[in-house]
Design a protein around this ligand. Structure first.
Ligand SMILES: *[C@@H]1O[C@H](CO)[C@@H](O)[C@H](O)[C@H]1NC(C)=O
Ligand SMILES: *[C@@H]1O[C@H](CO)[C@@H](O)[C@H](O)[C@H]1NC(C)=O
Ligand SMILES: *[C@@H]1O[C@H](CO)[C@@H](O)[C@H](O)[C@H]1NC(C)=O
Ligand SMILES: *[C@@H]1O[C@H](CO)[C@@H](O)[C@H](O)[C@H]1NC(C)=O
Length: 389
């Protein structure tokens, strides 16, 4: 190689995709921490750098829930229910995983954990009984998977020495973030009492709502989530998975005989002690289809009003440190740094909120507050006050 080609090669290095390595939980599998099909659970790990080596971003993967036995059986043959086809390495880039300090100023050099979702119930199930369905064994063990990941990260990878932990995830992983934020932070603060621990759920504030026009369908015959059947569907998931001990114990203690309520973000939110920063579209495109069900723009407007009111009341109203970036763009997950509210992109809002957590009177709500449909809510051009380079 000629000497003059070297600078050119070095210039390429930052562009090479960062690959996270698979960690398969084979020991935990022996104790029943397994995916729907009985295969070992897994997560991906990418080490932090520089002053990020003791800071951790932990992401629960999303992908809906299994809301009937047919649904669970179907999922058990896919990556959402089996680790059989998980690759050894995956790239982790963009958004919360971005390694670009411009794009992700708070967390660009933190350790990244990507928890593979293969249990069908947002990492909450704990049913000892193996379900036999159509001659296939199905396992509901997300609680054990999450706990096995915590243990492995603590004992093998230095999470116990973390100074900072951001618990996160999108969609069903966003719900998992609401359900498990306190469990993560309690585990870390037991090891390191001075650690700063917060949660960043994206698109996970699902309402407990049943479309009055959609009957509570007997679950055994379904193949997928039925639009408008979210209340009944997720309630079924909670029961079949025996999720009571997998979700927030403070919520469960307040809802005797109605423990299932704590599986829903709007009810669980009230009890979370961890500071939470919710990223949420009030016209979330997945919720408009699957939760609202039949409707039209008037009903979507109502959905937006309900999401806003309940998130502000149940989350921000109950925890003076919690905050939110509430947008009016019709989308679900992602949209990282595409939306500007009060002059800030989401990455700036997250950093301002996180850095100001110990400051009284810190800004915590960014609310776009626009009627549906709002096309220009989706682009920073809508409210650009400065040119972004
Ligand atoms: C349900 O979960 C509870 C708490 O984790 C556990 O004690 C009980 O044995 C479980 N029941 C079944 C049937 O798995
Ligand atoms: C656990 O799974 C069995 C078998 O599918 C089911 O009958 C039971 O209702 C589930 N939940 C609990 C709490 O045991
Ligand atoms: C289950 O297995 C039995 C015995 O092998 C067989 O007779 C039956 O047809 C199978 N049922 C299904 C739904 O595959
Ligand atoms: C919004 O909340 C109101 C009041 O609780 C309720 O009657 C209505 O059905 C809700 N609509 C949606 C789409 O969430």
């Amino acid at each position: 190689m000629s000497f003059s080609s070297l600078p050119w090669l070095l210039a390429l290095v930052p562009c090479v995709a960062q690959e996270a390595i698979k960690v398969e939980l084979t020991e935990a599998a022996a104790k029943g921490a397994v995916c729907l099909d009985g295969s070992p659970a897994a997560y991906y790990l990418l080490k932090g750098t520089g002053d990020g080596i003791n800071k951790w971003y932990v992401h629960h993967e999303g992908g809906g829930w299994c809301e009937s036995l047919d649904d669970c059986l179907g999922r058990s043959k896919t990556d959402l229910g089996s680790s059989a086809r998980y690759p050894e390495k995956i790239p982790l880039n963009g958004g919360y995983f971005s390694k670009d300090p411009q794009d992700n100023p708070l967390m660009y050099n933190w350790n990244n954990v990507f928890m593979k979702y293969c249990d069908g119930a947002s990492f909450s199930g704990n049913n000892d009984t193996v379900t036999k369905y159509q001659n296939t064994s199905l396992f509901f063990r997300g609680k054990r998977i999450r706990e096995a990941i915590v243990k492995d990260l603590m004992e093998q990878h230095g999470l116990n020495q973390a100074t900072d932990l951001m618990v996160s995830g999108c969609s069903a992983g966003g719900l998992a973030t609401y359900l498990h934020a306190d469990q993560w932070c309690e585990a870390l603060q037991a090891a390191n009492p001075s650690a700063k621990c917060a949660a960043l759920p994206d698109s996970g504030f699902f309402l407990d709502y049943q479309d009055p026009e959609v009957p509570c369908t007997p679950p055994s015959l379904l193949g997928t989530t039925i639009n408008g059947d979210y209340h009944c569907g997720l309630k079924w998931t909670f029961h079949i998975q025996n999720a009571t001990a997998g979700i927030d114990s403070k919520c469960v203690a307040k809802h005797t005989n109605e423990e299932w309520k704590c599986m829903f973000a709007e009810h669980a939110a009230e009890h979370i002690q961890t500071p939470v920063f919710a990223m949420q579209s009030v016209y979330d495109s997945w919720q408009v289809g699957h939760v609202e069900g039949t409707g039209g723009s008037t009903k979507t407007q109502m959905l937006g009003k309900n999401i806003t009111e309940r998130l502000v009341k149940n989350l921000l109203g109950k925890n003076p440190k919690s905050g939110a970036f509430l947008d009016g763009c019709y989308h679900h997950c992602g949209a990282w740094n595409l939306i500007r509210i009060d002059g800030d992109l989401v990455s700036t809002a997250i950093q301002k909120w996180y850095d100001g957590l110990s400051t009284e009177g810190n800004k915590r709500l960014w609310n776009q507050d626009r009627p549906f449909p709002c096309k220009d809510c989706c682009s920073p051009g809508a409210e650009v006050t400065e040119i972004i380079l």
